[in-house]
Design a protein around this ligand. Structure first.
Ligand SMILES: Cc1cc2nc3c(=O)[nH]c(=O)nc-3n(C[C@H](O)[C@H](O)[C@H](O)COP(=O)(O)OP(=O)(O)OC[C@H]3O[C@@H](n4cnc5c(N)ncnc54)[C@H](O)[C@@H]3O)c2cc1C
Ligand code: FES
Length: 286
């Protein structure tokens, strides 16, 4: 039988947040901010290792916890970046904090995108809305290790020109010759948008995909998944080569409470990144 001491140690590892300092706050579009965090304890800085697509449980002390994706890549250790939308109590309280204030972090948790599987492949990365927050971790990781991947296409669909996350950082990618970056907005009431106007699937028109070698990573709202996956299947991309990041209401983040069930899976421990072939039989998955 496990000793009380070892059970307590496990509980500490899983449930006890590590103190982190807010190093910088970078405003994004209305109601969204990028927070740069660093653990106070240098051992925690050195021990932290994540995969793109994984999340942390963020504590705002005295308020509570919320699961938030890591937006920075493993290839840039030290600072953990999270991009947060002000949604409710925890994120609202986070927006009241300043540079130098402290938060708690548990994690990283869940399965991320399998970088080892993606190596050497052509990649199609598709983000919609706030889905760009976790996908940024993946595309920065891939760009930091560019020589180990084939062709890369990044598609991002936002609601309107004011709602493009990481706007200036992403527009900078348009000058790169080793990457195809396609950006769409659903509507452009003011007629100021110089890229594609329409839903993100419209971006597929100008893109050739090699179905044998192209692996896809999708992050966005369920409606986007339905149409993007339809497009991929039409182009004979096997379901096994498609990875989707799913979001569910979470409490513990570590497979203990059952809040995040998707069919036979828990989103927190079996996901949030799933191979589409593993979940395509579950009707409510997307
Ligand atoms: C794996 C994962 C990664 C996430 N990554 C990010 C991220 O990078 N940035 C970010 O801003 N948010 C992210 N979220 C969403 C974030 O955790 C929720 O918005 C969370 O509720 C915020 O906590 P809160 O206390 O501020 O809001 P709350 O007071 O909990 O609630 C705000 C509102 O959002 C609703 N809600 C709560 N959780 C969800 C959910 N999962 N899906 C839909 N509606 C929900 C509630 O019902 C309520 O109406 C992520 C969620 C998951 C599960
Ligand atoms: S959040 Fe508790 S089991 Fe997934």
């Amino acid at each position: 039988m496990e000793s009380r001491e070892s059970i307590n140690k496990d509980i500490d590892l899983i449930f006890k947040p590590n103190l982190a300092r807010i190093e910088r706050i970078l405003p994004q579009m209305e109601g969204h901010r990028l927070f740069q965090l660093r653990f106070v304890d240098e051992d925690a800085v050195n021990a932290f290792a994540h995969k793109p697509g994984q999340f942390i449980e963020l504590t705002v002390f005295g308020v509570g916890e919320a699961p938030i994706s890591i937006s920075s890549p493993p290839s840039r250790p030290g600072i953990i970046e999270i991009c947060v939308r002000k949604a409710g109590s925890v994120t609202g309280a986070l927006f009241e904090l300043q540079k130098g204030d402290h938060v708690g972090l548990r994690g990283p948790f869940g399965h991320g995108f399998p970088l080892e599987t993606l190596k050497g492949k052509d990649l199609l990365l598709v983000a919609g809305g706030l889905g760009m927050a976790p996908l940024r971790s993946l595309f920065q990781a891939v760009l930091d290790d560019r020589k180990n991947y084939g062709d890369i296409v990044l598609m991002y669909g936002a609601r309107n020109p004011d709602d493009v996350l990481f706007k200036y950082e992403l527009l900078g990618l348009m000058n790169r010759t080793d990457l195809k970056y396609l950006l769409s907005v659903d509507v452009d009431d003011e007629g100021i948008w110089r890229q594609y106007v329409g839903v993100v699937t419209g971006l597929f028109k100008g893109v050739q995909l090699n179905s044998e070698n192209t692996f896809c990573a999708l992050c966005g709202p369920p409606i986007m998944y339905r149409f993007v996956i339809e497009e991929l299947l039409k182009r004979d991309i096997p379901k096994e080569q498609v990875f989707v990041s799913l979001e569910r209401m979470m409490k513990c983040g570590v497979g203990k409470c059952g809040h995040c069930a998707i069919g036979e899976y828990y989103c927190c421990t079996d996901g949030p990144v799933f191979r589409y072939s593993d979940i395509s039989h579950i009707k409510e998955a997307i």
